[in-house]
Every structure is written in structure tokens, then in C-alpha cells.
Design a protein around this ligand. Sequence first.
Ligand code: OFO
Length: 173
Amino acid sequence: MIGNEIEAALNKQISAEANSSHLYLAMASWAETRGFEGVSNFFYSQSDEERQHMLKLVRYVNERGGHAKAPAINEPSKMFDCLTHVFQNFLDHEVKVSALINDLVHLCHEKRDYTTQNFLQWYVAEQIEEEALARTILDKLKLIGDDKGGLYLFDRDVNQLTVTSAAAPDINA
Ligand code: OFO
């Protein structure tokens, strides 16, 4: 059985994951209306992933005898100026989510809920990956700058970028 405080904290995280999904949906839509088809597919799939993260938490809370609540979703307030701005927001958002996960792990430790602490290790690892991916993509965009041909190729190839490949210098090849 899950404790009340942990249940409430996990419900907050459910809300954070739902809002992440919504923010990435806004990014996907922004990119689609600007003709960046690859970036838009990238964020549509990030948005789907965040929903999966939310569902994983929902199922866990309910399996442990708690009650996961369907969260209210805030309208993302941000509009974006350019691709670098979008990916900077992506990174900033992931850094914030990592801090939330760390706080949750800390709370589990304090409450001696080692089962939930263990369950959350998956999220800890996921955050490392997502932050690294956002950083490596941003580095790539900084190299490209305003070069239209570079941005065209970036958009074409962004879905193939991984943490390792984005660090390599030959996306334009
Ligand atoms: Fe939910 O994975 Fe990052 O935010």
C-alpha cells in the first residue's frame, strides 16, 4: 500500500508528465506550421512518449492501492522564435523535470518507500537520456546557425539523431 504523501507526490508527477506531453505537442504544431516536418515528427513522438511516462505512473499508483487522478492540463504559454529557441525550451523543461524526479526519489528515501524509489530509477535513467539528447541537438543547431541549407538537412535528419550521433560533426554529410 502506498503512503498518502507518496501518492500525492506521484499524482503531481502524473500532472507534470501530462503537461510535458502537451508542451511537446505545442512544439510539434509550431514546427509543422513553419514547414519543419522532421522537427514536428520529433516532437509529436516526444509528446507520445511523455504520455506513456504519465500512464506508467498512473498504473503504478493504482497497482499499489492508491488512486491516480487524471490531471488538469495547462495551455503552454510559450510561442517560439526559431528552432534554437524550441530546443532550448526542450532542454530547460527536461532539466526541470529531472529536478522533480530527484525530489521524488528523495521523498521516497525519507519515507522509506524503497519500492517506489526503485520504480523511479527508470525515470532517473530516462531523464539522463533526454537531457543529453536535448543538449547534443542544441549543440548541433548552434553549429548550423542561420545557414538555410544546414537547417534543411537538420530538419530532414533530426529523427535519426541520438545522444551519440548528435555529438558527431557530420549531420550534413
Ligand atoms: Fe517524462 O521524460 Fe523527460 O520529461
